[in-house]
Design a protein around this ligand. Sequence first.
Ligand SMILES: Cc1cc2nc3c(=O)[nH]c(=O)nc-3n(C[C@H](O)[C@H](O)[C@H](O)COP(=O)(O)O)c2cc1C
Length: 228
Amino acid sequence: MNSETEQIETTVNIKEVLNWRYTTKAFDTSKKISAENVENIKALLQLSPSSINSQPWHFIIAETEEGKKRLAKGTEGFFSFNEPKVTGASHVVLFCSKTEIDETFLNDINEKEDQDGRYAKEEFKEQSLGAKNLFTNIHKYDLKDAQHWMEKQVYLNIGNFLLGVAALGIDAVPMEGIDMKALDEEFGLREKGYTALVMVGLGYRAEDDFNATLPKSRLTEEEIFTII
Ligand SMILES: Cc1cc2nc3c(=O)[nH]c(=O)nc-3n(C[C@H](O)[C@H](O)[C@H](O)COP(=O)(O)O)c2cc1C
């Protein structure tokens, strides 16, 4: 076995991580995420799985006060309850989704996979492109939910991300309560073929965050599981 295929040894206690993480409503503004963890954050975003490896996303990462101020344009007015979670965070990630998916994009992904050494034979590469087009066309034409399908991939990334940052000991707050239109305008996203979806504030919990001491609340196992 080479290092890539070896079983990884993991010491993460998943239940502990799941119970430690919570939606952080107030950050300790004096604490910043290290450069090493910023790299880990980027790896989480880049390496998330997605259907047909479509990766229909773009991420705006704010690490400066200026950057956070720009993202806070998405928390004005009705969404001002989320503003301190953006301005007080160490870093903020805006998850954006592609608005359209076409053959050129699918071909680009396939070429990248080829460059990355995924196709031993030309026919495998062609088969893969065929499958990408087939699944995309199901969503474009049969289900007519291509944009929604891409957003699902971005949400999957968000789920992966929330668990991943918690495993790094980083607190987070996912926010759907944002002004997507204002953010699209601020970053010219629509012109570039993207739209804002969810923002995640990152950092370290403030000592007086009321939400840190509240117990977790979830539906019961009886309600959510059918074990057969
Ligand atoms: C996609 C998504 C969007 C959310 N949007 C917001 C938000 O705008 N503001 C906020 O304070 N919390 C937001 N939350 C946090 C949820 O309310 C929270 O995850 C849920 O109550 C479970 O609590 P926990 O995360 O502390 O375990 C969001 C969570 C998710 C997953």
